[in-house]
Design a protein around this ligand. Structure first.
Ligand code: PLP
Length: 454
């Protein structure tokens, strides 16, 4: 089959995630056929630097034979068995132990799921169950953030703060509230409050959280949910003042902290977990993506002792689980993935070498006429596009971000657009030379975008 054959079948039968079905039918999909290292290849023979690591997940890069071998060996040995009703299997047990070894000391248990969305559904049920067992069944409200993304299941969508998602498919899960995000460039600089100092803005966001807690009644609030750095929202790195101020608010009202590590976990920010970078000590951490480098689907919730002890000692049977919770082949691949990351010092390399190198090279793009800000942390980065004439955002109707994204693809680079924010999250095995190529292509794409918009 050639490209056109695939596109015709795709158009006829395949409904893609997060896609305007009709528009895609007219344009036709790009067919990705193979990949190695940080590069993907399409059916037309193009080689493209994947600066998004798939969907923020291929942390060890493409084509790792060790992961293929781990899957094959496990599929031969035991392709499936479940962890329900007092059974388990070696890969799930070993992966649980390895994860708890890597996690902060107060986290010693994990519940496996098949995805990050399922992890957030699981977390929500655990949090509400915890407070019920503690004699406070009214503590049900979960506060998350506007423009946060926590998945596409009903609970994941509800926890997320993406208004267009809430508008489709009926009302979200009750008792979930959203507070402002610590997005200085988008809201502190251009939004209400004007040219606020970033640190003052970070504190104002924590104050907004406190105000929301008081409005709901502190006795009714179960947990606050956030990513260390907001990924899908636009690689939003909070001002330094934000997390310490949020932690103080949560401690004041005895509210659980849930840190969604689905993107930031497994080395992305130069620590095994983004929570470690910000010293967050969360009560629960939903995980997925980089856990298996995306080779097979697996997620989970890492549960801190405070919640786990109560669920274990007082909870009785927890009526919750998925057929693929801790699937043996997925668990075997995840375990091998973590072992390889450990053996190859991937996390340390991101923290000490690649992250600082990307930060230096990425910051150079700030001198481009259509870049209002270039920011990065570890191996996650963003460029804010602005109109050079006004220094403000481009007119939305121009679709500058999507234009830049499409140009990137043509130039052999995957960079994602969130509105007019361009984001990257490359595989953690990227080399300095490949970072240079990424930055060169990004600059060429910015030039072409500017030329197109003129
Ligand atoms: N949480 C975060 C922070 C995510 O970025 C995502 C996916 O992008 C999810 C949860 C949902 O994960 P999944 O797509 O595996 O269900």
């Amino acid at each position: 089959m050639n490209t056109r054959d695939y596109q015709a079948l795709d158009r006829a039968h395949h409904l893609h995630p997060f896609t305007d079905f009709k528009a895609l039918g007219e344009e036709g999909s790009r067919i990705i056929t193979r990949a190695e290292g940080v590069y993907i290849h399409d059916s037309e023979g193009h080689r493209i630097l994947d600066a998004m690591a798939g969907l923020w997940c291929v942390n060890l890069g493409y084509g790792r034979q060790e992961l293929v071998d781990a899957a094959t060996a496990q599929l031969q040995q035991l392709p499936y068995y479940n962890n329900f009703f007092k059974t388990t299997h070696p890969p799930a047990v070993r992966l649980a132990a390895k994860l708890c070894d890597l996690a902060p000391a107060h986290i010693n248990h994990v519940f496996f799921t098949g995805s990050g969305s399922e992890a957030n559904d699981t977390m929500l049920r655990m949090v509400r169950r915890y407070w019920a067992l503690k004699g406070q069944p009214q503590k049900q409200w979960i506060i998350a953030r506007e423009n946060g993304y926590h998945g596409s299941t009903l609970a994941g969508m509800s926890l997320g703060g993406m208004a267009p998602m809430h508008d489709q498919g009926g009302p979200p899960v009750p008792k979930i509230a959203h507070v402002r995000q610590p997005y200085w460039f988008g809201e502190g600089r251009f939004g209400e409050g004007g040219d606020q100092d970033p640190e003052a803005f970070g504190r104002a966001c924590a104050e907004a959280l406190e105000a929301q807690i008081l409005e709901l009644g502190e006795q009714n609030v179960a947990a606050f949910l956030a990513e260390p750095v907001q990924g899908a929202g636009g690689a939003i790195i909070p001002p330094a003042s934000y997390w310490p101020a949020v932690k103080a608010v949560l401690a004041k009202y005895d509210i659980l902290l849930v840190v969604d590590e689905v993107i930031c976990g497994f080395g992305r920010l130069g620590e095994w977990f983004g929570s470690v970078h910000y010293d967050l000590k969360p009560d629960l951490m939903p995980i997925a993506k980089g856990l298996s480098s995306g080779y097979l689907p697996i997620g989970g919730v890492l549960v801190g002792d405070r919640v786990a002890d109560t669920l274990i000692e007082e909870g009785g049977e927890f009526f919750h689980g998925f057929t693929y919770s801790g699937h043996p082949a997925c668990a075997a691949v995840a375990l091998k993935n973590l072992e390889l990351m450990d053996a190859e010092d991937i996390v340390e390399r991101v923290r000490d070498d690649l992250g600082p190198y990307l930060a230096r090279r990425w910051a150079e793009l700030a001198d481009h006429p259509i870049v209002g800000e270039a920011r990065s942390l570890g191996l996650m980065g963003a460029l804010e596009l602005i109109d050079p004439e006004t220094g403000e955002r481009f007119d939305k109707a121009l679709g500058a971000g999507n234009l830049c994204r499409d140009i990137c693809f043509e130039l052999g680079l995957v960079m994602r657009s969130v509105g007019d924010t361009m984001i990257i999250s490359p595989p953690l095995v990227i080399t300095r030379g490949e970072i240079d190529e990424l930055v060169t292509k990004a600059r060429a794409a910015l030039d072409a975008t500017l030329a197109d918009l003129r």
